[in-house]
Design a protein around this ligand. Structure first.
Ligand SMILES: Cc1cc2nc3c(=O)[nH]c(=O)nc-3n(C[C@H](O)[C@H](O)[C@H](O)COP(=O)(O)OP(=O)(O)OC[C@H]3O[C@@H](n4cnc5c(N)ncnc54)[C@H](O)[C@@H]3O)c2cc1C
Length: 304
């Protein structure tokens, strides 16, 4: 590993990879560090990838990216215990180029996106944890990693290590989140036959549907649930403010089980098999809880 780079980006999630991609494309010598076995191996998202933002980086990415389904229908279900009002928009134009949004699985998508940054010239190094920033005379000049002789230097370090950035905390950018500033979201990816998904959600092949779950999905706690269609899996999840879970003494996995067994949701999941269980924080504090984002030699690139 060369010792000095123009820029080191910590974290190969969408924020870090987008940064590394743009910098490498502009001819900057950039190192992208990822603690996971591969980009996406540790990352969590319900799964809607918004086309517009992604196209700003890679035009027509949908021609080659590993996407699940283009979303042609968005439903909103306002739920009570045994009843629900559902409204939706279905537009077949969303199933054709240039499409609207897509469902994705992060384990596949993040890996592909990071490879695109590598094609532009970024050096991606996985299974490497950035332990702390190296600070000299008040300026961040590199990072110390968990590799033997793992000090790497750069003119600029970008911290894109996610919602709970330990490196930003060490620099004093970031305090511990208060429970009313973050949501805790839990989700499962469940396997279900492709044809069954299409029948249950009234879809043609290569069409996808998302359902946002409001009200009783969170037992009334501030937050939302979701049920998204992938090719041959569904993503089902629920996220609420941490303070709400504490106040109502509900464990996140209990809330997920509640949603999965809700009479309005259970029929969609019938016969499915869980293949993955994921949990993650989401920053929800808004503008006033944004941490300091720039320091001498360092910037924060974390996204909510
Ligand atoms: C359940 C759930 C559902 C969501 N649904 C959606 C959705 O449908 N659509 C949407 O747009 N957003 C959604 N989000 C939000 C979305 O996941 C985040 O906005 C996005 O992941 C933030 O990207 P990021 O690159 O800042 O951080 P992350 O995706 O968290 O990436 C950070 C990366 O840094 C790495 N890392 C961390 N620490 C270190 C370290 N010390 N050294 C090296 N590497 C490190 C991690 O392994 C990870 O790869 C959802 C979030 C959750 C939890």
């Amino acid at each position: 590993m060369p010792e000095k780079f123009d820029c080191i980006v910590v974290g190969a999630g969408p924020a870090g990879t987008a940064c590394a991609y743009e910098l490498a494309k502009a001819g900057v010598n950039v190192l992208l560090l990822e603690r996971g076995e591969y980009p996406g191996s540790k990352n969590v998202m319900g799964g809607v990838l918004y086309r517009k933002m992604m196209e700003d980086i890679i035009p027509e990415f949908y021609k080659e990216a590993p996407l699940e389904r283009p979303i042609v229908e968005q439903r909103f279900m306002l739920m009570d215990k045994e009843s629900a009002v559902t409204f939706s928009y279905k537009g077949l134009e969303w199933g054709r180029e240039p499409y609207n949004n897509f469902t994705v699985l992060r384990a596949k998508f993040d890996q592909w996106f990071a490879e695109k940054a590598v094609e532009q010239g970024a050096l991606l190094v996985c299974e490497t944890v950035a332990l702390e920033c190296i600070v000299e005379k008040g300026r961040v000049v590199g990072v110390r990693t968990d590799r033997p002789d793992g000090e790497v230097y750069a003119d600029v370090v970008v911290l894109a290590d996610g919602v709970n950035s330990l490196l930003a905390k060490q620099l004093g950018f970031h305090r511990e989140w208060r429970p009313d500033e973050v949501a805790l979201a839990v989700m499962e990816i469940v396997k279900l036959d492709k044809k069954v998904i299409e029948e249950r959600f009234n879809l043609e092949p290569e069409q996808g549907c998302t359902i946002e779950l409001l009200g009783d999905a969170t037992k009334g706690i501030l937050g939302t649930g979701f049920l998204y269609t992938n090719k041959d899996t569904l993503s089902i999840g629920v996220g609420t403010l941490l303070s709400g879970l504490i106040k109502h003494k509900i464990k996140p996995y209990e809330l997920l089980e509640y949603v999965k067994n809700h009479p309005m949701i259970r029929p969609y999941l019938q016969g499915s098999e869980p293949v993955e269980y994921l949990a993650h924080l989401i920053p929800e504090g808004g503008y006033h809880s944004m941490p300091k984002v720039v320091g001498d030699g360092v910037g924060e690139g974390n996204r909510a």
